[in-house]
Design a protein. Structure first.
Length: 215
């Protein structure tokens, strides 16, 4: 049976450059160095989409020729929250876009047999309730890790939560959107399904191992 979810809360970043880079990322022959660089670049592209609704305010600027009024972001505070480990690979890309963002960590690993998430270390920036929270993790498979991360952030008082992944399975999208009525999800691709080990097909394999070269 087809998996259904609220498509209005999912943004697929389908820019040609994103799709080109994602194809290289998926390739099993891509090296650890290339993989790490691509994850960071894709996070930067995704960050543009996930911040598209940030409000602007007038900002007076004196150019070399005259005084004018430009636009700047109206005091938005941002927290970047990687789900460890693989989410760490997306942090630098987001920080290139939002250098003043604060960074939290959500330590979560997926049990290889049950696929259930286990929390091992969590720390969030002060004032999390006033910040736009960008959870970053390359993979959204069953949705267990992301759901647990969102639950934790809500308990800490987070109000504006956006989940940025590079590859999502329909099962994971459905699980997260059903669990949390407020979250929005950004992804570069929605893949076909999960295999019997809850890996995404066609996917890109184990993102953490490919970023850190651990296999
Ligand atoms: C991977 C991935 C996500 C999670 C996705 O992490 O980075 O966090 O699995 O699967 P789910 O949607 O079914 O929860 P993993 O637990 O393998 O840890 P790692 O980042 O340390 O490799
Ligand atoms: N975690 C990964 O790294 N890849 C998958 O396909 C699923 C979970």
């Amino acid at each position: 049976m087809a998996v259904t979810y609220d498509e209005s809360r999912v943004t697929v970043v389908d820019h040609p450059m994103v799709q080109h880079k994602l194809a290289i990322l998926r390739d099993k022959n891509t090296t650890t160095k290339q993989f790490r660089e691509l994850v960071s670049e894709l996070a930067l592209f995704e960050g543009y989409e996930a911040t598209r609704d940030f409000p602007l305010e007038d900002a007076p600027v004196s150019t070399p020729l005259e005084d004018t009024v430009c636009k700047r972001i109206a005091g938005r505070k941002v927290a970047v929250l990687p789900i460890l480990r693989a989410g760490l690979g997306m942090v630098d890309g987001i920080l290139q876009l939002i250098p003043a963002a604060h960074v939290g960590h959500i330590g979560m690993y997926r049990d290889e047999v049950t696929h259930e998430p286990h929390e091992y270390y969590c720390k969030v920036p002060a004032g999390i309730a006033e910040r736009t929270c960008l959870i970053v993790d390359p993979m959204l498979a069953t949705g267990g890790s992301a759901t647990a991360a969102i639950t934790y952030l809500r308990e800490q008082g987070a109000k504006d939560i956006r989940l940025l992944v590079l590859v999502a399975a329909p099962e994971g999208l459905a699980a997260v959107l059903e669990h949390d009525p407020g979250v929005r999800i950004y992804t570069c691709a929605i893949d076909r399904c999960l295999n019997e080990n809850a890996y995404i097909l066609p996917g890109l394999g184990d993102a953490g191992d490919r970023i850190f070269g651990t296999k």
